[in-house]
Design a protein around this ligand. Sequence first.
Ligand code: ING
Length: 302
Amino acid sequence: MSRVVRVAAAQLGPVQREHSRADVVDRLGALLRAAHADGAQLVAFPELALTTFFPRWWYDDGDSALDEWYEREMPGPDTKPLFDEAARLGVGFVLGYAELADGGRRFNTAVLVGPDGTEVGRYRKIHLPGHDEHEPWRRFQHLEKRYFEVGDRGFPTFDAFGGTVGMLICNDRRWPEAYRVLGLQGVELVCIGYNTPVHNPPAPEHDEHGDFHNHLVMQAGAYQNGTFVVGVAKAGEEEGVPMIGGTCIIHPSGRILAEVAGLGDELAVADCDLDDCTSYKTTVFDLRRHRVPSQYRALVDE
Ligand code: ING
C-alpha cells in the first residue's frame, strides 16, 4: 500500500514594496494552476508571501503604516480569490502571512488549507530571529522580535492529505527541537516557508554558507524525524536585499527529491509516498524505544 501525495513547493521571486496583494495573489494563482496542471494535490507557498519582507525596516511604536503589512482576516478580500481558485481546482495549499489577530496581537503565521478551500489549521512562528530595537549599524534591520509575538499554539500537526502534516516557519527550521516536537506527534510532511537574506549582519562570515545551511538543517530535520520536508523560499532581491532560494522537497532519507534552479517564481514538484516514513519511524528513529528523555532535562530548562 502507498500513500502518495504529489506536492509542489511554489517558490516566489521577490515581492517589492509597491507590489499590491492583488499583484501577489495573481502570481500565487499562476503557480497554483501550474502545480495543478502538474498533478499536485498540495502547494506550499513561502513565509510572509503576500508582501515584501517588511521587518527589514524600522517603524516607530504606534506608526499605523506598520499595520498595512498585516492581514486582519484569512481569507480576506485580497486573498479570497486564491482560496476560491484552489477550491475550484481541488488543490490544498499552505500560505504564510502576517496575522493581526483579535486584540491586536501580531503573529508570523502559516495556514494549511484543504482541497475544499477551508482552513485545516494554522501555525504561529515560535523562533523569532533578529532583534527588537533599532540597530542603524545594520545594512538592513531584522525586526521580527519587534513586529511579532512568539506563537501561542505550540507545534501542532493536522490529519490531512492522507497523513500527518505540520508546519514550521523560516528560523524554526534551524532548531532541531521544532522538528522533534512534530516528530513526537508522528509528523510525515512538514511545510516550511522562509525569507532568508543572503547576508546576516552580525555574522557576515556565515554568508558564504547560507545555501548549504538552508539544506543542511532541513535534510537533518527530515531524516532525524522520519518525515518529508518541503522548504519554500521567497527569493531574489527585495528592496535591495538579496534573499536565498533553494526551494526543495526532501525525503525522510534526507535526500532532496526536487529543487528549483533559480530565484524567481518556480515550482519544485515531487511524489511523496508518506509510507516511506514508516521504516525510519519504526527502526532507527523509533522515538518511543530509543529516546532517553530522563537525560534531556537541559533541553527544557530556561
Ligand atoms: N529569516 C532568517 C532565517 O532564519 C536568518 C533569519 C538570516 C538567520 C540569515 C540566519 C542567517 O532563515 C527568517 N525570516 O527567519
